[in-house]
Design a protein around this ligand. Structure first.
Ligand code: ATP
Length: 248
């Protein structure tokens, strides 16, 4: 049993979730490495949501509200860390949720499909019985997408995407938004909006601001989207990484 007083409590809780998900068999072997990389970046950020991350999240919510077919793409790590937060955000902005796994196996997809059903979201896309197609007709498993989801989406939010797939998505003409703690990843650099934050903080933050942005005039939402410069925002995010702490 973890003590809440432990200085690394929050981080250890997330580790536990990843370990449990791995034992349940819906994570790829490399999932723990990906989590560890994110954990290290989060450590250097002070495990706090930064101003540029918040700015990118306002733009994200505005984009999701204005989109006709917004979709949230989920993998095993996102599911393990934030399944309820994904569902809540999807409902708040009227987005669909689609499973997309880098190392796709029928078994993992079935397990993740069941988890979403168990958490009250039976309409998950990208399951084994869903109708799939290839983005831009690229015959590559990294380009596969649900015909009712990412294939026809105008905006795709991809927390923790892998770089190869991000490249394919970025050429698809859709608005691509990512949540990735690494501002230097190919995914962050290729996306139209890059949120450098932990998915466990970013998703609830965005759910919280939905009502406020929905009450704003459309012209205001369009304005914050137009004024956003992802490259400048990523540079600002990168500048905030520093080694905090003291050696005594
Ligand atoms: P690239 O996009 O450069 O190809 P990659 O595909 O090698 O990067 P992966 O290791 O596949 O990156 O994906 C892990 C990415 O997800 C890392 O950039 C890591 O920082 C990020 N990450 C891991 N856990 C989290 C988390 N909880 N929240 C946000 N980002 C995370």
């Amino acid at each position: 049993m973890l003590s809440r007083a432990h200085p690394r409590y929050e981080s250890l809780v997330l580790r536990d979730k990843i370990v449990k998900a791995s034992k349940e068999g819906y994570l790829a072997d490399s999932a723990m490495i990906a989590h560890g990389r994110g954990e290290a970046f989060d450590y250097l950020l002070g495990e706090e949501t930064t101003l540029p991350a918040k700015r990118a999240m306002y733009v994200t919510v505005a984009l999701m509200i204005l989109s006709k077919n917004p979709v949230i793409s989920v993998n095993g790590n996102t599911t393990a860390l934030a399944i309820d937060e994904v569902i809540e955000f999807a409902k708040a902005v009227n987005a669909k949720i689609e499973i997309n796994l880098f190392y796709r196996t029928d078994e993992r997809v079935d397990k993740i499909t069941k988890l979403y059903k168990d958490h009250g979201y039976p309409e998950i896309l990208g399951s084994n019985d869903d109708d799939m197609a290839y983005i831009n007709e690229i015959k590559n498993p990294r380009a596969s997408a649900s015909k009712n989801g990412i294939y026809i989406a105008d905006t795709v939010l991809v927390p923790l995407e892998d770089g190869d797939r991000a490249e394919i998505l970025s050429k698809s003409g859709k608005n691509i938004i990512t949540i990735d703690l690494n501002p230097l990843s190919r995914t962050s650099k290729r996306s139209d909006v890059s949120i450098v934050d932990n998915v466990v903080r970013a998703l609830p933050f965005m759910t919280k601001i939905v009502d406020d942005l929905k009450s704003q005039p459309i012209t205001y939402l369009k304005k914050i989207i137009e004024e956003f410069d992802n490259e400048a925002n990523l540079k600002e995010s990168l500048d905030l990484f520093k080694i905090k702490g003291e050696i005594k």
